[in-house]
Design a protein around this ligand. Sequence first.
Ligand SMILES: [Zn+2]
Length: 169
Amino acid sequence: MSHDAKIDEQHIAQAIELARRGAGDARPNPVVGALVARGADVIGEGWHAQFGGPHAEVNAIAACGEADLAGATLYVTLEPCCHEGKTPPCTDAILAAGIRRVVVASDDPSDKAAGRGLGILRDEGVEVAFRDEPGLIHGFLSFDHVSTEAKRAGDQIFSETGEALRRDS
Ligand SMILES: [Zn+2]
């Protein structure tokens, strides 16, 4: 199945905009934005609004209400979590909703994730795609959350308040 790259680009850009809404209050969690779409149509949007509160993916799925999400695509700025933290794993919510494709702007370099969330989704037959936005792929991770690799790569990095951090030496 081929997907429209332009549509993916637009939806990820929108998810990044949604992420900004959590700036400040999600701390020390990274700010994250997500939306559920079918083709060009956005069904629901969400973001991580508050530390300890539901994650962006769960909020986006909830915002879809009663809509049938079977075969829908989730766009999210960060790899969905797969661990039981302050909230249940987002991978469970994604699978339960029937979403069959997940497009992420960044994997999660933290120890708790490191690709495991994406691995679980793939194991369950969900198509996982990266929509790397140069300079934005690591956006909105808290600085500690960003892999040293990314820091070294000099990608534009945003603090948890949404401000772009200058590439440090
Ligand atoms: Zn999560």
